[in-house]
Each structure stands twice: as C-alpha cells, then as structure tokens.
Design a protein around this ligand. Sequence first.
Ligand SMILES: *Cc1c(COP(=O)(O)O)cnc(C)c1O
Length: 396
Amino acid sequence: MNSKEIIAKTQKYGANNYAPKEVVIIKGEGAVVYDPEGRRYYDMLSAYSALNFGHCHPEIAAAAEAQLKKVTLTSRAFHNELLCEFYERLSRLTGKEKILPMNTGAEAVETALKTARRWGAFKKGIPDGKQEIIVAGNNFHGRTITVISASTDPVARKGFGPFTPGLKVIEYGKAAALEEAITENTVAFLVEPIQGEAGIIVPPEGYLTKVREICTRHNVLMMADEVQTGFARTGKMFACDHEGVVPDVYVLGKALGGGIMPVSAIAADSDIMDVFEPGSHGSTFGGNPLAAAVSVKAMEILERDDYPRLAREKGEYFMRGLKKIRCKDIVDIRGKGLLVGVEFSQNAEKYVKKLIGGGVLAKETHEKTVRFAPPLIITYKQLDEALNIISEALSD
Ligand SMILES: *Cc1c(COP(=O)(O)O)cnc(C)c1O
C-alpha cells in the first residue's frame, strides 16, 4: 500500500482520537525514518521522548529478540529472572529503594496518586477519603479518568465527567501558590519539572528547590512526573537534577521502554512504597520479562554511553543553530538539553507543514509551539542536516 491508501484505511477503521500528520513511517533507523515512497525524514519528535535511544537501537532490539525466544510473559503470579535486574538498575539510577512497574505513563501516574493517597491515610493519619493532591495547571499526566480529572485542558475533559475528587489545581512555576494551597489533608504535589505537552514550559530557576522545601516542611510528598523529561532528555538523568532536587516519588515511562516496549514505573523509598500489600495494586503485563529485558538494556546503555552528556552537548549545539534562524514569527526558543520548544506568534501549523515537506518530522503542541526532541543518538552531521532543513523552512 502507498501512503495514501494506508492513511485512508486507517481513517476508515480507526477512532478519530488523533489527528496524525500525513506521514506514514514504515522503517526507522536511529534518528531517521522512511515512508512507503522511500522519502527520508529526521524524526525530531521521537514519539514524545520515548525514542531517546532512536529507532530500533541494535543492542536493545537484540535484547528484545533474545528474550522473545526465551519467555515473554509470566504474569506477577510467578517470578521471572529479569524483573529483579530491572528493579536493581532503576533503583540505582533513581537512588530510590523500591520500584513498582507498570506499562504506560498514565498508569504510573495513577500508581503515584494511589501511593500518595495510601501514604496519607496510613502514614500521615488523614482519614481515608479526605486526601488531597495538588497538581499544576496546564499539566499533562495522561488520559485515564483520574488523570484527566487533574487536567485543565478542556478538550481532554469535555464530556468525560464525573471526575475524580480530591485534586486541586494551582498555577505552575509559582512556589507561593503551592504553599497557599496546602491544607492539613494534603498528601502530595504532582508536578512536571519541565512541562512538555504544555509547550516546553521551563519553570523559573529555583522553582523545584522551593517546591522541595515546601513539601518537606509540610510533610507532603513531592512527586515528579518525569515520564517525558527523564532518562537524559534534558541533559541530566532526570530534569530535577538541574536543581539538585530529589523528589519523594519519581514517575517514569516513555524512554524507560527503550523505544520498543511500553514500560513505566514509580520509584520511591521503602517508607513510602510499603503502603502496598499483595493484592492492593498491580498489572498483568507490568514487569513482564520482555519489557524488563528491553528496559535493562536501555538503562545499561544510558549510563555506559553517558546519555545525559550527549543530550546536554547536542542540545547546546542545536539551540545555537536554532537561534541563528531569522524568522519574524518566532517569539521564543527555550528548553533544556534536547527538549526544545520554538514558540511562534501565530498557529505553527504552516511551519510544521514546511518542516515535514523538507524532511523534518515535528509537531506543534498547544498550537503555537513546535517541539524539537530528536533521539539523543542523533549525530552532529544529522543535526547539521536537520538544522539546514529547519532553517530553510522557518526563515523569512
Ligand atoms: C506522555 C506523558 C504521560 C503519559 O504517558 P502515556 O504512556 O501516554 O500514558 C504522562 N506524563 C507526562 C509528563 C507525559 O509526557
């Protein structure tokens, strides 16, 4: 089938909950993908940072292939030999004592919310049913009913009520708003260290430090949703590391699956994680040996090849290139590492069209901002080529 036929068939049978760009990807290698007509593109979206390792990373693919021939699913009714390795690696990476594995980011967020509520009831002595969790405006934490109950995006919420109670929204980037919102029933603050879907919103310097301090002082859990920012994307292993801040709970996903499997998890110390007893939470596929094998290999590569440094250095290089572009509609270029947002004074759709036409895959987020987040393994030569295309597409 050609691209047109594939798109037509997709639209015929699929629910209409996405509006993909008119590009069909049939093959991917590192930072490059191909369509059925043989057109070559740079993938500058990386599946929203799930592809930090690039497409079909040979070592991760080999780990998956080897595990495919051994055992792929045991359920948690039995042990498997990979889950312990996954736990150990992720525990080391996060510095947290305990890991709880799930599959998607939204599930990890749900898990964090459940953890916070139980911790509030069991450890903080808040009557069950009274726990409050604070979230930030313009957040993106996923798509389940509870998670969208925390959303301020009308498109994500419309028609999906009733919503989960016990959530309070405050302004992002303002530590004072957190202090004001905390009550005796507050159990946690869930926050993205950089807001990805909101348009690569980098909070003011010192925000996370103040959040940490306020949470500690009020005995409230700081839960960092690093699903998009984690695993080196922003030039540090976790985006909280930019301020040397350690949250009580890390919420992780996307790149944790090495671009091959959906793998998510929360990481926290024992005094928090021990609120769970057998039967209180779980997932049939969470921690399955195939996912664990892929993830263990991905984490091994992440540390071995110093991905945070790759993202930091390439991010600076890329940012310098972007800042040379002269375009009257660009109002801001911001980000950290290889998570970069270019904000336009108007809807960015026409620029995205030009980028794709030139061979760079990107997508606007919140209409006016284009996110550039290539795989961290992109080479400097490829970055130069991509920058040429971007410059061509955006220049006046
Ligand atoms: C993508 C994302 C999620 C949700 O992950 P899914 O795997 O799509 O459920 C949660 N939080 C953040 C910050 C994300 O970027």
